[in-house]
Design a binder for this molecule. Structure first.
Ligand code: NAG
Ligand code: NAG
Ligand code: NAG
Ligand code: NAG
Ligand code: NAG
Ligand code: NAG
Length: 397
């Protein structure tokens, strides 16, 4: 008897849900047919906007969403608006430390320092330029190679210049290489290498440096500053590769791939080693650990930060989108968030090996011929592999 009643209840519920769906559909289609130009506000997104979320990043994003679409607020009486959503601190100078986070993030005091530093400066997106090469894209490149580097990594940059990052005409295409630097500061016990960097830049004219602390969590700052830089200095680059200074890139293979793309494919290109169905690590010992007070939810698909390739067209759209996405401490996830904001996603290409290749192939020259990127490689390995790829007698089938 009880079982029957439960079945009946379930049946009634299913029917009710169906009925609701029917109403929703018929209302929407009615709206379409009526031709009234009522703005269509999707019910789900509407409620999602104001769903209570105590994680700091999620809240900051909701504040940005509401600023971008004030319509979401119009029908709320001020009593219904949670006070964090109407946070007036957004009016103050975003590059001054935001001390309100110390109370707004509930476990702020017990968080590791890197989170405190990130949170205090999370709203700051502009830092002074220390070094620039404004004319570097005077001749707009087919491919711009942008390498995230750190002041002291002189040998990595030099190995890249002598191997896969050699700028000039490669395979009949213009290639420009730049290195993206923050400031390796005394706070992190780095020696002062500023004079050596000035010399390096006078010699090679390929460093772009901003005055922010070059730390792991500030790589997102590097990303947004680079997106701005592209629009200011290199907006006519056809394609952009952005990656780390410990990867080997087969520039020949990348150029060959890019030359083979059709128009629409080239316009919306964003390829790399794509990670899907990931979310924040909750284990404190992991480098990518993110506390629940900071972020809840899954990550959008994103391309691993070791290196990815995208079009100049996407670069312009990402620069715009990034202004509407709150900074997130993991740069490649952040770029995935910006792509999602554009309604796009990265595409996986098996030539990007950010998790290396099988050990037995690592010293086989032919293994690199069809790859686009392998991580990690030392400066010496970069030069070795590049020499292999340039051997006249290298024959691989
Ligand atoms: C707000 O309320 C007015 C009047 O009730 C209604 O016409 C309008 O569609 C509502 N706007 C939103 C965004 O819900
Ligand atoms: C937000 O705060 C401002 C200033 O405190 C106030 O004037 C405004 O009415 C508030 N808006 C809402 C929707 O609560
Ligand atoms: C090199 O590029 C130029 C301009 O894009 C083109 O006209 C020429 O045909 C190319 N040469 C070869 C050998 O591909
Ligand atoms: C970079 O960091 C150094 C050492 O902490 C500091 O002296 C310098 O003022 C900072 N800024 C620049 C532009 O080098
Ligand atoms: C990012 O850089 C700014 C400016 O140098 C600094 O104040 C902040 O502490 C840095 N954040 C992290 C997480 O290192
Ligand atoms: C920039 O992004 C905003 C919000 O996402 C959008 O409304 C606007 O059209 C975009 N502008 C350009 C030039 O793409």
């Amino acid at each position: 008897m009880a079982l029957q009643r439960r079945k009946l209840k379930l049946l009634a519920m299913v029917m009710m849900i169906n009925f609701f769906i029917f109403i929703l559909i018929s209302r929407n289609s009615g709206q379409d047919k009526s031709g009234l130009n009522k703005p269509y506000v999707p019910a789900k997104a509407f409620w999602a906007k104001l769903s209570p979320n105590s994680a700091y990043w999620n809240r900051q994003q909701q504040i940005l969403d509401v600023q971008d679409n004030p319509i979401f607020m119009t029908n709320f009486s001020s009593a219904d608006v949670p006070d964090w959503l109407n946070d007036t601190s957004s009016n103050s100078d975003p590059c001054q430390p935001n001390v309100r986070v110390t109370t707004q993030v509930k476990d702020y005091n017990s968080l590791p320092d890197r989170f405190k530093d990130f949170l205090l400066y999370m709203r700051c997106r502009s830092y002074p330029v220390v070094m620039d090469n404004p004319g570097i894209c005077k001749d707009p490149p087919f491919l711009l190679l942008a390498v995230k580097s750190l002041g002291p990594h002189f040998d990595r940059r030099q190995a890249i210049r002598q191997s896969w990052g050699r700028a000039g005409i490669i395979a009949n295409k213009t290639v420009v290489t730049v290195f993206l630097l923050g400031n390796a500061t005394a706070v992190d016990h780095h020696p002062d290498l500023s004079e050596m960097l000035s010399y390096e830049n006078s010699r090679h004219k390929d460093l772009i440096q901003w005055d922010f602390r070059d730390s792991f969590f500030n790589l997102t700052v590097k990303e947004v500053l680079f997106l701005d830089w592209i629009q200011a200095r290199c907006s006519r680059a056809r394609f952009i590769f952005k990656g780390d200074d410990d990867v080997f890139v087969n520039t020949y293979r990348i150029l060959e791939f890019l030359k083979g793309l059709s128009g629409p494919k080239a316009k919306d290109l964003f390829v790399g080693d794509v990670i899907t169905n990931a979310g924040p690590h909750r284990d404190k010992k992991v480098k990518y650990f993110i506390p629940e007070s900071m972020y809840t939810g899954a990550y959008p698909p994103y391309a691993g930060g070791g290196g990815y390739l995208y079009s100049g067209d996407i670069a312009a759209r990402l620069q715009n989108a990034s202004q509407h996405v709150a900074l997130y401490p993991i740069d490649d996830v952040y770029t995935g968030m910006c792509l999602r904001k554009l309604g796009l996603g990265p595409e996986k290409h098996k030539g990007f090996r950010t998790f290396n290749i099988e050990e037995k192939y690592r010293s086989n020259p032919c293994a690199y011929k069809s790859l686009m990127l392998v991580h990690p490689r030392t400066p010496q390995e970069m030069i070795q592999i590049w020499t292999w790829l340039n051997r006249e007698d290298l024959s691989c089938q």
